[in-house]
Design a protein around this ligand. Structure first.
Ligand code: GLU
Length: 313
């Protein structure tokens, strides 16, 4: 891989206020990029129908209040549909796609079938071999097809790819026939993320480790599209008091919740820094001093269990 200067990014979906887990991942992504003297970019992943307009602003405001900054205007995936369509037609033109008429339920049932060929979560390939006539019939049923990537399976039924994660080492995962374009015509996450990381010149992806299993797919797609994949650092998600992924119902977990309890943004930044084993900042204007001594190798490898105070009712 050639030497590239570091460009990191933060890519939230504006579907709600950010909670401490999201904010901690943003802080980490920022620290990784800035400690390497790199750029840091913001991208809204807003292809999802659960997006609500008020959260673009509130997410920017909260992350800025904690002391993070970014280098150019945030971009929005909704403004970039043509770019994804171009990538999809490139793959389509090379015979690397097929139409899929399966419902979520059918996929789940096929995957759950005893002795089925599908490891959990992987598409079992049901529509891969449909004839033109069979596709016509399904279309007449009124089901709009999704478009999937055609990946050459190995003897085990699925392709696998090993990726390197700077925090976790080697990770081998499935590369299945992932969706490129959903039945409603919206470009799918895995495709958009690869196209955007390449277009934004992202060289370093720092994100929650729930996305680790998607990484082999994304690296494969990057290779097919002829772009250099970024480096990856997957970080543990923040857990709630019961050991499950932190959620809004766990109490005061957003910045506005914490402010309502009398905490300042600096208190919250310092809570997050402490959870990373890092010294407190003296001001949210001066996180550069923290970045200057940040060492990814010294980060805790265990998830942070956050027990938020319950806000007064
Ligand atoms: N938009 C994704 C999320 O909010 C992040 C995707 C990524 O970092 O690749 O979880």
């Amino acid at each position: 891989m050639s030497e590239r200067s570091t460009t990191g990014r933060w890519a939230p979906s504006p579907t709600g206020d950010l909670h401490l887990g999201n904010l901690r991942t943003a802080l980490l992504a920022w620290l990784f990029a800035r400690s390497a003297g790199g750029r840091f970019l913001w991208r809204f992943e807003d292809l999802d129908s659960a997006v609500r307009p008020q959260y673009y602003e509130s997410q920017l405001r909260d992350v800025a209040a904690l002391g993070l900054d970014w280098d150019s205007e945030p971009i929005r995936q909704r403004d970039r549909i043509e770019l994804y369509r171009d990538a999809i037609s490139d793959l389509r033109g090379r015979g690397l796609t097929y139409e899929c008429f399966c419902t979520r339920r059918e996929i789940a049932e096929a995957a759950a079938a005893p002795h089925g060929p599908s490891p959990e979560g992987a598409y079992p390939g049901t529509c891969r071999q449909l004839t033109r006539g069979e596709r016509e019939l399904r279309r007449r049923d009124g089901r709009p097809p999704a478009l999937r990537l055609r990946v050459d399976a190995t003897d085990s039924g699925h392709a696998e790819l090993t990726v390197t994660d700077s925090q976790l080492g080697s990770y081998t995962g499935i590369v299945d026939d992932c969706v490129l374009q959903r039945g409603d015509d919206t470009p799918a996450y895995n495709l958009a993320v690869v196209v955007d990381d390449a277009a934004q010149g992202i060289s370093q992806v720092v994100r929650g480790d729930d996305l680790l299993p998607s990484t082999p797919r994304q690296v494969h797609l990057a290779e097919l599209l002829g772009v250099e994949p970024p480096s990856y650092a997957h970080v543990p998600l923040v857990l709630g008091p019961q050991g499950q992924r932190l959620a809004k119902r766990d109490g005061a977990v957003t910045l506005s919740d914490r402010r309502a309890l009398g905490e300042t943004p600096l208190d919250v930044t310092n809570l997050l820094l402490a959870s990373l084993g890092l010294k407190p900042a003296t001001s949210t204007q001066d996180l550069a001093a923290i970045a200057a001594v940040f060492d990814p190798a010294a980060l805790p490898s265990q998830p942070w269990v956050c027990t938020p105070p319950t806000p007064p009712t």
